[in-house]
Structure formats: C-alpha cells, structure tokens
Design a protein around this ligand. Structure first.
Ligand code: SF4
Length: 354
C-alpha cells in the first residue's frame, strides 16, 4: 500500500486541485442553532450576500487565480438546501456558469434539508459537490448539540445523494457534549461506510456568542485539550484515509480577526501538521519495536517525516526513551507499511469496542 498522503497543515484540501471561491451565507437556512455554532463570528458576516456582491466576489477571486480552469463557487456557513430563496442563489450559479466564470458550485448543508426533491432541484444546476454537516453519528451527541436531524436522517440523506450520483463529503467534529473517542472513531468508520468522498474534521472550539460559551463560562462544559484532541484526530484521519475518504481539512477555518472569537478549546493554526506528526510518532514507535532498537539512525531523507513541527516528534519520542538521529547512511522506513499496520489495529479495536 502506498503511504497515505497527509495534510501539510490545517489549511489542507480542495485548493490543491481546484480554485474555490467561498460565498458565506451565515446561518442561511438553519432550522435550529447548534450549540457550538456562531457563523456570524466565524465568517465575520451578518447578512446573506445578494447577486451583485456574489458576482463582484467572483470577479475579485478570478483576478487572483492563475489557473482559471477549474473554478468552483462554494456556499458555506449555513444550510444551503434549507434557504427559502435557494432558487435565487441557484440562478446566480447558472449565470456564472453560462458566462464561463465558474465550472460548477458546491454547497454545505444539513442532512435535514436533503430530500429527493431538493437534490433534484440542485441537480438542474451545475452542482458538483455537497458537504453534509453531520458532526457525529451518535444520537446523544446530535441531541446535545441541538442538531436539526436524527441519526437515521444522515443515512437517508447519504442514500439520496448516492441515488442522484452527487459526490458528497462529510463534516465531523470531535469534543462535542456527550462525545467520546469511541464515538468519534465510529463516526469516521460510518463516514467511510456511507460513501463520502471527503471529510473535514474540526475539534470543537468555543466561539463567542455560541450557546456553549455560556455553559463554558458557568463551568458546566470544558472542551478537550489540544493534546487530547490530537489523540483522537490522528486515529480518525487514518480510518478515513485508509477507507478511501480524503481528509480535506483538519481544524476550524478561521482567518484574521475571526481567530479572536475563540473563547476556549484546541485551536491551533497548524493542527493538520500536528496530526501528521502524531501519526509519524506512531510509525516510528512501531519501527523501533520491529528493529528492537531505542537509538534510531534514520536516513536524512526522513527528516521531513520524523522531526515534526517544532521538533514535536523527536521531543515526544525522546521523552519515551527513543532517540532519533539522521544520517546519510541511516535506515529507510516503509511508512506505507506501518500506516497499514496501525490502521488495521485501530479498526480491530473500534470493532471490538462497538
Ligand atoms: S452547524 Fe450548520 S446547521 Fe448548525 S447552526 Fe451552524 S450552520 Fe446552522
């Protein structure tokens, strides 16, 4: 098996293969307000954009893009298929598509608003991708977060999207109320099972103005630490990618002033890299076991794999009594082989515990 491609940072993903123009529709179409969510502060926007604003945003992005071949419009920040004037946005996508400015559009939406009728309507326009905001495959977590859909509705919506042959991704979260590592790993496995093409995962951070901010301020809820979150994320990553689901991003997407809106929780600008490092720590542990050595001299070409963000891997390994050095004549590690071993062990553990 080839080595699993790991995200270089929390800003991984789609932009490697296409140019995305994000259009934010904060809370547009949301039937409920999820306890962790405040799209107004996450996007820095309070109003839904109109036609002229969308078109001028598209033109602005196009002026930045070198490659204008595969440009996709993306509606984020709400429940697209639940917006009462969804048709207005669809007509704008058609106009942009017909003018050649975009090659298609993608939407984020809650499973609650995915019906055969809405998907049929979306499919009449140049829709290329749907991201379902699922967050968790555990019904207690869904309830505790005030989600607007049941567990069964996730499976039904995935079925509808598959029937219409619309490729879809899933957005997952960790560290939610009523959540646990076992549930998060189960969610990763179910994401593979329902046929998602991509997944974005973000560990809960407490945003200003969200319902959870009040619980946090009253001491009723404390989000997991960064270390605890990384411990779960690396396992989810391996289960997802090993099952054929591309992890397109790890970590909440916040830029500039929006980062100040995080009250608490495991926000880290290089979270994707920490997760990658954590997987490599696991690989090097297994390699050391196989070699029966605690002083490892690796080939220089492995520095990019086994040093880590601010020497994360080397330092953690050293705390465990595992010394890592590099040299021209050092050993090569078959990372793909160890990825597979680790994933298979994880799968066995998750299946046994569920
Ligand atoms: S998580 Fe999605 S469905 Fe829930 S309030 Fe936020 S945008 Fe709306």
């Amino acid at each position: 098996m080839a080595a699993i491609a790991l995200p270089n940072s929390s800003v991984g993903g789609y932009n490697n293969i296409m140019n995305i123009i994000p259009i934010f529709l904060p809370h547009g179409g949301c039937k409920t307000r999820c306890t962790f969510c405040n799209e107004y502060v996450a996007t820095g926007q309070y109003l839904l954009p109109g036609r002229d604003e969308i078109i001028s945003t598209v033109k602005r992005y196009l002026s930045y893009f070198k490659n204008k071949e595969d440009v996709q419009l993306a509606f984020y920040g709400g429940t697209f298929a639940g917006i009462s004037n969804m048709k207005d946005f669809l007509l704008i996508t058609r106009e942009l598509y017909n003018s050649g400015m975009i090659k298609g559009f993608r939407v984020s939406t809650s499973p609650a608003s995915i019906t055969s009728e809405t998907v049929r309507q979306l499919a009449e326009y140049p829709l290329t991708f749907v991201e379902m905001g699922v967050q968790s495959f555990n019904r207690n977590v869904l309830k505790a977060c005030n989600r607007d859909h049941s567990l069964e509705k996730i499976y039904e919506s995935a079925h509808i999207l598959r029937e219409f042959r619309v490729p879809f991704g899933v957005h997952l979260m960790t560290g939610l109320p009523e959540d646990s590592e076992v549930e998060d790993l189960f969610s990763a496995i179910e994401t593979v099972r329902i046929g998602a093409v991509t997944a974005r995962i973000h560990p809960l951070v407490i945003l200003k103005g969200s319902a959870l901010e009040e619980s946090f301020n009253r001491g009723l809820f404390i989000p997991p630490s960064l270390d605890a979150s990384v411990e779960i994320l690396w396992k989810m990553f391996l289960l997802l990618e090993g099952g054929g689901v591309k992890v397109s991003r790890i970590g909440i997407c916040l830029y500039g002033e929006q980062i100040e809106e995080v009250v608490a929780g495991p926000y880290h600008p290089a979270l994707g890299e920490l997760v990658r490092n954590r997987i490599m720590l696991e690989v090097i542990r297994r390699f050391a076991e196989t070699e029966g050595e605690s002083n490892l001299v690796l080939h220089n070409s492995h520095k990019k794999d086994f040093v880590g963000h601010r020497r994360y891997i080397v330092n953690l390994a050293s705390q465990e009594g595992l010394a890592i050095e590099f040299s021209r004549s050092g050993k090569l590690v078959d990372i793909g082989y160890y990825d597979r071993l680790i994933r298979e062990k994880l799968l066995r553990e998750v299946v046994c515990s569920s």
